[in-house]
Design a protein around this ligand. Structure first.
Ligand SMILES: NC(=O)c1ccc[n+]([C@@H]2O[C@H](COP(=O)([O-])OP(=O)(O)OC[C@H]3O[C@@H](n4cnc5c(N)ncnc54)[C@H](O)[C@@H]3O)[C@@H](O)[C@H]2O)c1
Ligand SMILES: *[C@@H]1O[C@H](CO)[C@@H](O)[C@H](O)[C@H]1NC(C)=O
Ligand SMILES: *[C@@H]1O[C@H](CO)[C@@H](O)[C@H](O)[C@H]1NC(C)=O
Length: 437
């Protein structure tokens, strides 16, 4: 049986809900039948008009097929029991521990980072809107996993300022690990609004609340290797140009880096951006190639492998989730305090950017060969031209800065990491669980 999870976007927004009362005009006290018929007729006309009015007015139409309407969803939060859960989840249980608000905690990276922080005794509170960009039942399963280790995920949107202010009222977070975002490169052509909502408006809202919080937290957040865009100089170093994004996703991540600069400059917020390079592993994202290749190879479905012009190789600097988690924790641990208070800057604050990659790009065709060996199934390969819809041909991280400042040292090669992914995949999707999407 597939799990019970509902598609939250199909729940109509509350402004559309209204109660329809039975007409009070029709009751059996009326004695003249012709009048009764007339009255009934006009009552129905009247009701009909009201109904037409309600369904045509924009605020009452939930338009479930339009994902930009996500912002209209309301969530249940607040109340003493809820606050108690928030407090308990964020409670620090080790000496020198930190208390971290993790946005996007039901996401792939967010789940792993939250679990790792909790394991070492830090206070962790999650925040996620459980949107259905990919199968929300996977997000619910990750939530259940975190729940068992004592991490509570608040259900809400990062663009909800009342909610964020409330969270900072209840807990004096020392750190924010900001991982909530609209990810994915190709989906940006389908639903550009969702990128603006989460990666621009949501990020600004989060920073607004952080700058006003007392004390201000230090913030570590996920940028992306995609900011290098059409840059051809390899390996990609932090100082290389990032002004030629190839997708709206990349452009919103680049905008995030500039916005971070502003909030650091004006308000003294300590900000560290991490440019992740193609992260993979157990509990991963179904919209990424290694994940849906696995699914399609097992189904006997052909998979599309892209090649660049002149049969050029498409390659990625695949980075295993455990290495990324170490980088995230090191960034939190080396983050200096924000310097402002009450929304005012008191002095200069830390502003950093790091590549977190693996430093060894692997051609996508090699990825497929490794999967074939692990799954013991031959893939049906369909070689195709790389479409010009946002994907770049090549990524390769120079990680010497992260190595120096964070002690970051990735240690999992693609073969080893994929073996762990495949083991997870087979166990997660066996036992009656339905394959994603
Ligand atoms: N996985 C990668 O290869 C990769 C590469 C580069 C950058 N990143 C970045 O790392 C971060 C984490 O990525 P991931 O792979 O875990 O993605 P993910 O989609 O699994 O996780 C993001 C989570 O954020 C939540 N979310 C999205 N918009 C939200 C909003 N407005 N309010 C509240 N929650 C919201 C989603 O429900 C999801 O659970 C993202 O910022 C992503 O852009 C990831
Ligand atoms: C984000 O929230 C603000 C303030 O509530 C709202 O005005 C804006 O429309 C929202 N932005 C998006 C893109 O959802
Ligand atoms: C890698 O980045 C460092 C700066 O962090 C730079 O000094 C070095 O030259 C870069 N290496 C290459 C091969 O580009």
């Amino acid at each position: 049986m597939s799990k019970q999870m509902s598609h939250l976007d199909n729940i109509p927004s509350t402004p559309g809900k209204f109660k329809m009362d039975k007409s009070p005009y029709i009751h059996n006290r009326l004695r003249w039948h012709s009048s009764l018929a007339k009255l009934t007729f006009w009552s129905f006309m009247f009701l009909g008009l009201i109904l037409i009015f309600f369904f045509r007015s924009p605020s009452s139409n939930p338009l479930p097929q339009d994902p930009s309407r996500r912002s209209l969803r309301t969530y249940n939060w607040g109340g003493p029991a809820w606050e108690k859960r928030v407090r308990s989840s964020a409670r620090i249980r080790s000496r020198n521990g930190i208390s971290v608000l993790v946005t996007g905690a039901a996401g792939f990276v967010g789940t792993h980072v939250s679990a790792a922080l909790k394991r070492r005794g830090d206070g962790v509170l999650g925040l996620d809107n459980f949107n259905d960009y990919y199968d929300p039942s996977l997000k619910r399963a990750r939530q259940a996993l975190l729940e068992r280790s004592g991490v509570f995920i608040v259900e809400g949107d990062i663009n909800d300022s009342a909610l964020l202010r409330k969270l900072f009222e209840v807990v004096a977070f020392t750190h924010v690990m900001h991982l909530a975002a609209q990810a994915g490169v190709r989906y940006a052509m389908e639903n550009p609004g969702s990128y603006v909502h989460s990666n621009i408006a949501g990020f600004v809202n989060l920073l607004e609340v952080c700058k006003s919080a007392n004390p201000q937290p230090a913030i570590v957040w996920a940028s992306s290797s995609s900011v290098y865009g059409l840059n051809t100089k390899v390996p990609f170093s932090e100082r290389d140009r990032t002004d030629q994004p190839a997708s709206l996703y990349a452009a919103t991540k680049k905008a995030g880096e500039e916005i971070a600069h502003t909030y650091n400059h004006i308000y003294g917020l300590s900000l560290t951006g991490l440019r992740f390079f193609t992260v993979y592993g157990p509990w991963g994202r179904p919209d990424m190639a290694y994940f849906f290749f696995t699914r399609d190879i097992l189904k006997g479905k052909s998979i599309s492998i892209f090649e660049a012009a002149n049969h050029g190789t498409v390659a990625r600097d695949f980075t295993y989730i455990d290495d990324i988690v170490k980088g995230c924790l090191a960034a939190l641990d080396t983050a200096e305090k924000s310097t402002g208070s009450g929304g005012k800057k008191k002095g200069p604050a830390q502003l950093r950017l790091f590549n977190l990659g693996n430093t060894s790009p692997v051609p996508v065709s090699d990825l497929v060969s490794i999967l074939e060996r692990l799954l013991k199934v031959n893939a049906k390969r369909n070689i195709m031209k790389l479409p010009r819809n946002g994907d770049v041909q090549f990524t390769h991280a120079n990680i010497s800065l992260a190595q120096r400042e964070l002690g970051y040292k990735p240690s999992t090669d693609l073969q080893t990491g994929l073996k762990k992914f495949v083991r997870w995949y087979l166990s997660y999707y066996s036992g009656g669980k339905k394959a994603a999407g």
